[in-house]
Design a protein around this ligand. Sequence first.
Ligand SMILES: *Cc1c(COP(=O)(O)O)cnc(C)c1O
Length: 407
Amino acid sequence: MIKRNTGFTNLTAGYLFPEVARRRREYAEKNPQAKIISLGIGNTTEPLPKFIAKAMADYSMGLSTKEGYSGYGDEQGNSVLRAKIAETWYKGLAKPEEVFISDGAKCDIARIQTLFGSKVKVAVQDPAYPVYVDGSVIVGAAGKNNGNGYKGVTYMPCTPENDFFPDLSKVKKNSLIYFCSPNNPTGACATKAQLKTLVDFANKNDCIIIYDAAYREFIRDESLPKTIFEIEGSRTCSIEINSFSKPAGFTGVRLGWSIIPMELKFADGTSVNRDWNRVMTTLFNGASNVVQAGGIACLEPEGLKAMKEVIDYYLVNGKAIAEVLQGENFKKANVEIYYTGNSPYVWAKFPGMKSWEVFDKILKEANVVTTPGSGFGPSGESFIRFSSFGHQEDVKEACQRLSKLVF
Ligand SMILES: *Cc1c(COP(=O)(O)O)cnc(C)c1O
């Protein structure tokens, strides 16, 4: 028989979220009366703004007419959408031909690994969104897990002690550096000065930054950068990946984009943008035209306003969760709360406890599902991620239950 891809052999344990789901299911089967509320997986819950949904419905109906029908579009994306993204979200910091439309950020992160192959060195923030490392293992850019992480991956701890900004000195030359800001899971949002440090390091050490800005629309502090391209020098060392999933509730609809500046080059001087164009035209066949019509609507003034309102709604939840976690019962257990107000996540440290232990306790005693920090990397141990995606009435109820927990 055909040999199994060693990348899969090297992957350890399950993916984090299936394990969270398994424990939830097991608990629910044993306790059918429990009304479980999830502050766990980062999945959006609020309905699509009507204006945006209508644009997709209208486009879809148009497809049933001779005039409105279209088949394959440009693999790089609808040119109107590419131009609108460059203009609205990058204000000229990216050109339309540097914007590639996709079916989502996770899919782009996976495809981008084909650009660099199995020999590339990888550095990740620790903790991090799992696909950076797991995807690298699947393509062979990372090896076996020796218990302290995968071979070939440089883990850059991001902890309260370093203000969640990593020490870059351990990153090897010619590395791909995955960097997510606002961060999932910690909620930390890098300042311009911090990103300048990152960009300068990358340029000096021939590294490429894969900048995941999926939560940029949650940034409320005007002084914080919303894209890596606000940073001087970024165009020779950065790729940005982004998505409509979180700002527009497109987690199920599926639409994202990547930006690859023309100035970004491989060691042999060839253009990264040109190879990415090749990847997108060869391995991908363009995002859904219906969905791209929705993306265009998102970037109309009415769509932008509607997206902001939904994010504001989630930010109210985040604030409520952060407040309840600062209550007396948590203080007594010396629980440390990290909440920036610029992301949907509240990150909490439970000193002396393991993440899964805290997860199980909160599930059993409050019937609330969270996400164990250790699932995002070794430095996430003892932490719990609380997500603010949820209906406000459910989050309120979850907060009430949390306020009664004793640690
Ligand atoms: C949710 C999320 C994404 C979005 O992924 P899609 O595939 O576009 O839904 C990307 N990066 C991070 C860190 C996320 O949390």
